[in-house]
Design a protein around this ligand. Sequence first.
Ligand code: N01
Length: 531
Amino acid sequence: MRLVEECDVLVVGAGFGGLYALYLLRQEGFHVKGVERASGVGGTWFWNRYPGARCDVESLQYSYSFDDELQQEWEWSERYAAQPEILEYAEHVADRFDLSSLIAFDTNVEAATFNEDSGRWRVETSQGVYEAQFLVAATGCLSTTNLPKFDGLSNFTGDVLHTGQWPHEPVDFTGQRVGIIGTGSSAVQAIPVIAAQAAHLSVFQRTPNYSVPARNEPLDPRVQTATKQNYEALRQAAQEERSGILSVFPPNEDSAKDADPLEFKNRMDERWEEGGFGFYRAYADIGIDPTSNERVAEYVRSQIVDLVDDAATAQLLAPTNTIACKRPCLDTGYYETFNLPHVELVDISSEGIEAITSDGVRAAGRDFEFDVLILATGFDAMTGALLNMNITGKGGSTLSNAWSAGPRNYLGLSIPEFPNLFTVTGPGSPSVLTNMIMAIEQHVEWIRDCLVALRQKGIKTIEASPQAADSWVDHVNRIANQTLYPTCNSWYLGANIPGKTRVFMPLIGYPPYAERCQQVADNNYEGFALA
Ligand code: N01
């Protein structure tokens, strides 16, 4: 395989993490290169082009903070930006800071191997070999699609589309019979938009999901101006929130189970009307106390019953598991869509999808005929993209072996036996439980500081110690076990992928995490071996 480039740092991925890593590391004088399997920048926003795709974090928060001119000049059009606008933003950032020239597009990493003699990574890609002292995996938490092994899928004669790998050209569903499998966030966003076009839509639901209205709307220019005038303080305040996300409702210490019925209803109604994730901050104990959780869950179920005309459909749509245990959804008219005469909900909770046939789907004792079948079946989250890179560290140890019992790493940033490899928003860091762009900035800045410190001290390799990783994994699990998160089959636990080890992957709580990362750096990278 031909050698394409030797560099100080190779960054894998050109989503928000990769772009920022390229920007910061070049600024520090490192010879840095990027590889990206897509033909353009944007990461998750490059691939997830399904109808209705938009960010559940408000646009004024889901944006970079590192450059004040950028955050002042970029104008967001809606409360929650839709996929095309976020992709345009990513492209703007790449152009504005001349980052694309550093990136080899259409370049997939096939293997990455650490050479113990040279202390460098050899990265085999579809376009040739890169050699780098440091490897930064900015490969995203939700970037490897989950394609369940449906019996007979290849027999289907119509189009099969996955929400996470949507075609670039617009898909016209006018007059089409459409089937969609899955009712997670992607489906909840896509279903109302597809239903508005399709002749018939069948939704195959294995597990119902709780969804709260997003209340998306054009962004009030006064809100945009006021936010920009106060951006620094607002970004700082967000960093002090457990989720890294600000809401119009300040956090409180109240318990839902103790709330007076009228006070409870008024508070929940107010949040339901406001829309967004602030709903889940109504009471401090929703995520930890089963009685409080059930009270809030029951509130959402009662909303579903109000919104859905057919009682049997409403009952099927109403989840019974812990609320906010799976990643909650935000929607625009999701439940109301099931009142349309051409939309049907198919309960596959007991038997699943029996088979895909040449004409459609066999499930729930029926044969359904479709022109298009949509798989909204999610992702091999948090570890999928990293494991797909076939990474081999010291002594021939492979990442898939090292992580056979779940991701074992330190701070979500570094893995024992894999020196000079950094994972941006890796498992073990708050990542998907926060505003991803904020989490990305914190990680990339930490990596930048680390590489600068190593260079200043003449250190060639950095590697997490096994003890530090073990106690970190314990820490992540200890915190998760104090909450209701482990009580359902979520992708946070890897439970959506058959055979994947069940372990809670993200770390709950951003502020103490960021503080810990800083302490580690201040204490001369304690928990790491430096050589
Ligand atoms: O995927 P999911 P997603 N047979 O895993 C079903 C982020 N996101 O793409 O629950 C039948 O949530 C599965 O059923 P079950 C966000 O973090 C962000 O929707 O496993 N059904 C489920 O209903 C989100 O959480 C935005 O029983 C099968 C669905 O497919 C994450 O991406 C927007 C099946 C998968 O739901 C993933 O969301 C969209 C099978 N074999 C997504 N296998 C933003 O706003 C799976 N399912 C930023």
